[in-house]
Design a protein around this ligand. Structure first.
Ligand code: ATP
Ligand code: FE2
Length: 327
């Protein structure tokens, strides 16, 4: 059985195709980018409207498949930006009804975890989910993927993007800050904000902006210190979650997981506690349709042809979902 999945929670419109054995056929994304400034929901929605048909066609073409080969369709139900989610849901309903096949809605955050497991063969990991909008430490316990720690304000990616925007870069800022940080030499002290198992970035952002305005520091040193501070916070709570749950695997997910320094810090922490660190390929760290297609496969028993009963869930939380498909 082959599943076609569509992702559209935020800036990316993606379509991925995978079968129930985990064989990957294709994964096409088209991401809305800006030269300066952040994401505007109505602009992102317009972007998705413009690219949706081509992305799905390209995914089928790359997979060497015809529409009729698809047996199941899945879409990202939430959490995400309402207008963007609607574009994805409508496109999947169009595909599913044309073929008269079942449709299933899935949770975006959980899809990061499940695709990470599939690609790395991790069995029962803690997930450090570090994306633009989300920052959560997630692990399976008692029938749900539980959130053991999370950001109290913005996601780590949005935090990095905001600082990048402040110093003149467009979206996404993460890769630009990573490049700058490579040439940073001196650590400038920044607030380190871990509260219990949670993290917070808005105070660090204000502090960084003040330091930038003071013109006393190079952008390279600011970028370097930003990464060292924010990533140490993430690694600290990830380690504590591993210890608390008695799990020895850590998987990274979300676009910030593309950052080499963050991965290195995660790997070192895991090595020190004789655990294993897994980083899936970048292609599945950033938002993509393949993660949605794979979670669709796992949740195929919940699929329906009664399309009208399906809606988006912009505010759905990771631990709202009962995990009925595990093992
Ligand atoms: P979600 O909907 O899961 O919250 P998202 O829509 O924010 O995700 P992702 O594609 O998972 O999107 O991640 C995008 C984020 O990843 C952006 O904030 C971007 O700056 C950041 N990012 C990408 N590459 C890097 C990098 N090399 N270093 C740091 N951050 C990065
Ligand atoms: Fe994501």
């Amino acid at each position: 059985m082959i599943c076609l999945g569509i992702e559209s929670t935020a800036h990316t419109f993606g379509c991925g195709i995978i079968d129930d054995k985990g064989r990957i056929y294709s994964n096409v994304i088209d991401a809305y980018k800006t030269e300066t400034g952040g994401i505007h929901p109505s602009e992102a929605k317009k972007h998705h409207e413009n690219v949706k048909d081509k992305v799905v066609e390209d995914a089928l073409k790359n997979a060497n498949l015809r529409f009729e080969d698809i047996g199941l369709v899945s879409f990202s139900q939430g959490p995400g930006i309402g207008p963007c989610l609607l574009v994805g849901m409508r496109k999947t309903k169009e595909v599913a009804s044309k073929l008269n096949i079942p449709l299933v809605g899935v949770n975006h955050c959980i899809s990061h975890l499940e695709i990470g497991k599939l690609m790395t063969k991790a069995k029962d990991p803690v997930l450090l989910y570090a994306s633009g909008a989300n920052t959560q430490i997630i692990a399976y316990e008692g029938g749900k993927y539980r959130v053991f720690g999370e950001t109290l304000d913005q996601g780590v990616g949005n935090f990095i993007d905001s600082f990048a925007r402040y110093i003149g870069f467009g979206f996404p800022g993460g890769p630009k800050i990573e490049k700058l940080a490579l040439n940073g030499k001196n650590y400038i002290e920044l607030p380190y904000v871990v509260k219990g198992m949670d993290v917070s970035f808005s105070g660090i952002l204000t502090n960084l902006k003040q330091k930038f305005d003071s013109k006393k520091h190079s952008n390279e040193n600011l970028a370097y210190s930003l990464q060292e501070t924010a990533f140490a916070m993430l690694v600290e709570v990830s380690e504590r979650a591993m210890a608390h749950c008695g799990k020895n695997e850590l998987v990274i997910g979300g676009g910030v997981g593309c950052n080499k320094r963050l991965r290195e810090m995660c790997r070192l922490m895991c090595e020190e506690r004789k655990g294993k660190f897994f980083s899936p390929p970048n292609e599945v760290l950033v938002d993509n349709g393949l993660q949605i297609a794979w979670l669709g496969v796992l949740q195929r028993n919940q699929a329906t042809t009664d399309y009208n009963t399906m809606d988006i869930k912009p505010y759905e939380r990771t631990d709202d979902v009962d995990i009925i498909w595990k093992d």
